[in-house]
Design a protein around this ligand. Sequence first.
Ligand SMILES: [Zn+2]
Length: 450
Amino acid sequence: MLALLDTATGNVARLEPRDRGRLSVYLCGPTVSGSPHLGHGRANVIWDTLRRYLTWSGLEVRFVSNVTDIEDKIIARAAQENSSTAEVAARYEALWWDTMAALGVERPDAVPHATAYVDDMVGLVADLVTTGYAYQGGDGVYFSTESLPGYGLLARQDVGTLRAGARVEAERDAGKRSPLDFALWKLAAPGEPAWPSPWGPGRPGWHTECVVMSLDLLGEGFDLHLGGLDLAFPHHENERAQAVAAGKVFARRWAHNGMVVDERGEKMSKSLGNITSLPDLVARYGGRTLRALVLQVHYRSPMSVTAEALEQAQANVDRLDNFARETRDAGPAAPDPGMLARFRARLDDDFDTPGALAVVFAAVRDARAEPARAPALAAAVRECCEGAFGLRLWHEEAPLGPEVVALVARRDAARVNKDWAAADTIRGELQDMGLVVEDGPHGTVVRRER
Ligand SMILES: [Zn+2]
């Protein structure tokens, strides 16, 4: 069984599922107020790969990821565009799923939306007020972090240090008793979207939705809570604090992926002005190259997105495609068990995807050196890349051309989005080009009619 670093303890430990053979997983999803950025791409690709690997290993994985469709940034965007928050959220959610499909990220099993859970959130906040963990401030309801022993677990810093860091921000928010306290309910300003509550019309604070949704859809003591390292504190800590205060067993394990950095090693963020839009990068380099880029870096290390790193990712994909084509007619063979075992050993050790990629490339070299082993190694490489990594390989010759490649990618994206009408239309276009179109286990397979 896979071992992962648990952010709460700082130790690498095996995942022990709550229910035998099943793993319940929650990943914090997007706030749909703008275009997805590279950090979203990295987190969603690496955790999609974890989900695929565990499924490929025989576990039944239930994967839940939310959409925050009401939040300050969405309200600001709607005001700026003279539009509604519902319209803004729907537009950027559509862009989100298109981009995820292009990256080969599978849809979560459930996608709860914040606006569908407001009543449940009001219920949780009311409970926290009743039990004394929350209080009414000037413009809403706040969680009292000092009332909860052990607050700060995921930050892995003492509360005094955290409090000093939070003080600057708190000066702008006079309703709080302590700088670390956070809003559970925000009273609406005139004209803002609002839901009824015992404290007046308003909207939930961002940290509350994931608690309510994850416990509703995965149950108490679910197995694994995932997200980017920037979410560990305060977002995840604040989720955990509410669940603990409400007397619930929350996520049993936490894992966080590292940040995306620029060539100077600084975190990419809007304030640095170097943010690159994820859809733009997908359009320029293709989803497979970006997927390879994520896999060639350990999930906990910073990942730099540079022209050099992208070229290396492209070269890796090309090498794998070339090998798939070379061995296409090698005939059916059982995957080489030794290679599969080495691949699994790397991933089971804190999800070492660069190590697992190295095993794949070693198999490519071995197959060329020992042609007798090539069919079994080719079958193993295909299993690892397409089954476990979600990285589709091109088994056909290049003459199919970029137009066909683009159509196949669009059809696969349509199928991921369950847009069967679009998938059928694209199938027709490919058939009109004289191609045979099949639905393979990992997506559309096309070949020339013989
Ligand atoms: Zn969350």
